[in-house]
Design a protein around this ligand. Structure first.
Ligand SMILES: [Zn+2]
Length: 618
């Protein structure tokens, strides 16, 4: 038996979840107000039979004890496993010592490279241009030392030679992300760049960012910034630049400031603003937010007019639910970055922070000042821009606040906006709140075998990559399977994936890799069948919850009969909701009915397949 199975067998999900939420018996199940979003009627269910939980409300997701604890405690799978294994009295095998030793070697190679680059910057003729470039931008020798800045020389393989002399093998140099196979053998990855060593939280060098210099003879078409690619020790989306230096300050000040570039963070630290980290050019990732949350829930984003764009802010709105706080933003003057602002006038930085605005307030102001709201068409545009942001808010109270505000701004009645919001929410893959009755969970099919078949197919057949990338992890209810899918989606190579997963999942991965499967020509059709099944399982669970919720409403003797509401739902689907259907609960119920109908249709369309749970991996 695998460790995860053993833990699952020894712990009861009702006890585990019951530690965090007040569970009430409901038929064969337990129900509660969802701990992950705020709601008035309970839509969170725990099934002792299936040992699973499910939120049929805004979260629209579920899983087992591991995913519950991961979500509740903000843990990675391996951490949740450790915590629960301890509770269950199951001993975990430590990470294999030889594997940890390999990772140490890769970090040491990166550290040695950082020293090599640093020396090239501060004490060689080749590094003079780079030094000059940095000095012109206010970075003195002390800063170069503090951040171990460096310069990668122009030679074909000067770093490789240097590290080989120190006993590193070619394989290690490639695995460390420092060298690549070229036509003439191994070559350095970085040439003629200013080097920013990137460290993990403990300050160990795990990779580099390299900025090209405007130097004559520089190879054409080189990107301005080049990063170490993913290695066993470097995972850019899970790292924040300068966090090792900033973490204690962030904790002490109760505030983290996120800037975009290396030099932005460096300038801040140089001037004593030590709670600043950099997201390293890309939009902030969820893992970076979770990392920060360990030190502070208060986060300020320094955005320029570009990064304040729709897509990045949409994601940031979702992160607010992780932090449980508003993310605030400071918008920098046109065309200036934090580096320039701080260097030209350090005193200007603290007031900027003090005046940081909640992200959504900023968006509201930006939209209303850019549009002429006396024009109906422009008001419509305002709704179009702001509604997706509102739909991304998990907290219903906060959402209601901004919905009122949008209603005033757009001069539209709130129920109308609410309808649009529900539609938008579904589009964004969230499910509206729906109170559900107890029996729903227990009768939903299980389907762990189908999840495993999907994974086994993806692992075996690389040609299915695109199909696999499109899969939502929420479709996988078993944590082991969900974890493997997510790792598979992140990693393009099997070896990379093996490195990326928790050790406790290796056995499971191996079992799936060895499964006997249909031949390649049938693989795609098979995968589609299984995915169809998983989709259907999800739909069924929601449909059952909806039916129960409707029965509740009718039993309460709602404002009008279910038949009348069905007509209203029909009308609202065709876009002609009659004026007298106004009160919120009526439109909610109508939406519930409409959703049920839609689910019914989709279930009907997908009913061509029917698979039993008895089918297993062989
Ligand atoms: Zn929920």
């Amino acid at each position: 038996m695998s460790v995860t199975d053993e833990v699952k067998q020894r712990l009861d999900i009702v006890d585990v979840v019951g530690q965090y939420v007040q569970l009430q018996k409901a038929g064969r199940n337990f129900r509660a107000l969802c701990p992950f979003h705020s709601e008035r009627a309970p839509s969170f269910f725990v099934s002792p039979e299936r040992q699973s939980w499910h939120c049929f409300g805004a979260c629209g997701t579920g899983g087992d004890i591991f995913s519950f604890v991961m979500k509740k405690e903000n843990l990675e799978f391996a951490e949740a496993l450790r915590l629960l294994a301890e509770r269950a009295g199951v001993t975990l095998a430590e990470r294999r010592p030889e594997e940890e030793a390999e990772r140490d070697r890769l970090r040491q190679a990166n550290e040695a490279a950082a020293q090599f680059y640093h020396r090239a910057l501060v004490s060689t003729k080749a590094g003079q241009k780079a030094r000059q470039y940095l000095e012109e931008r206010g970075q003195d020798l002390k800063t170069m030392q503090d951040f171990q800045l460096g310069y990668s020389p122009s030679g074909w393989d000067s770093l490789c030679q240097h590290l080989r002399e120190r006993g590193y093998s070619d394989e290690e140099l490639v695995a460390a992300g420092l060298a690549v196979e070229g036509e003439r053998g191994l070559r350095d990855l970085f040439h003629q760049r200013i080097m920013f060593p990137i460290t993990d939280m403990r300050g160990r060098v795990v990779g580099f960012g390299g900025r090209s210099l405007p130097i004559e003879g520089q190879e054409e078409g080189q990107p301005k910034y080049l990063n170490t690619s993913q290695t066993a020790v470097f995972d850019k989306g899970g790292l924040l630049y300068a966090l090792d230096k900033a973490r204690e300050h962030i904790r002490r000040e109760g505030l983290a400031v996120i800037v975009e570039g290396y030099t932005d963070a460096i300038a801040a630290h140089q001037h004593g603003f030590a709670n600043v980290v950099a997201s390293m050019g890309t939009a902030l990732s969820e893992r970076q937010v979770r990392l920060l949350k360990r030190f502070s829930r208060d986060v300020v984003l320094a955005l320029d007019a570009d990064t304040a764009g729709q897509e990045a802010t949409l994601r940031a709105v979702e992160y607010q639910d992780i932090l449980g706080r508003d993310i605030r933003v400071i918008i920098l003057p046109e065309g200036r970055d934090p580096d320039q602002v701080i260097r030209s006038d350090p005193e200007a930085w603290p007031p900027l922070l003090e005046n940081a605005q909640p992200l959504l307030d900023y968006k509201f102001e930006a939209v209303s000042s850019a549009l002429d709201l006396s024009q109906p068409r422009q008001r419509s545009q305002a709704v179009e821009e702001l509604l997706p942001l509102l739909a991304a808010i998990g907290d219903k109270i906060v959402q209601a606040h901004y919905l009122q505000r949008l209603a005033r701004l757009a001069q539209v009645r709130e129920p109308v906006l609410h309808q649009m919001l529900l539609r938008q929410g579904r589009k964004q893959g969230r499910r509206r709140e729906a109170a559900a009755e107890g029996e729903a969970v227990a009768t939903a099919p299980s389907g762990s075998k189908q999840e495993e078949f999907c994974l086994a197919l993806l692992l075996r057949y690389p040609e299915l990559r695109e199909n696999g990338l499109a899969l939502s992890p929420d479709l996988f209810w078993y944590s082991e399977n969900r974890e493997l899918l997510q790792a598979w989606q992140r990693c393009s190579q099997p070896e990379e994936m093996r490195q990326a997963i928790a050790e406790s999942l290796e056995e499971h991965l191996q079992r799936l890799s060895k499964a006997s499967l249909p031949p390649p020509q049938e693989a795609k059709a098979k995968l589609e069948e299984y995915v169809d099944y998983l989709n259907k399982r999800e739909l069924k669970a929601v449909a059952q919850a909806n039916i129960a919720a409707l029965a509740d409403r009718e039993a309460e003797g709602g404002p009008i009969s279910v038949e009348e509401l069905a007509a209203a739902a029909q009308a609202s689907r065709s876009g002609s909701l009659p004026e007298e259907i106004g009160p919120e609960e009526v439109s909610e119920t109508a939406a519930l009915l409409r959703q049920s109908t839609e689910i019914g249709i989709r279930l009907h369309q997908s009913s061509k397949i029917e698979m039993g749970d008895e089918e297993g991996l062989t």
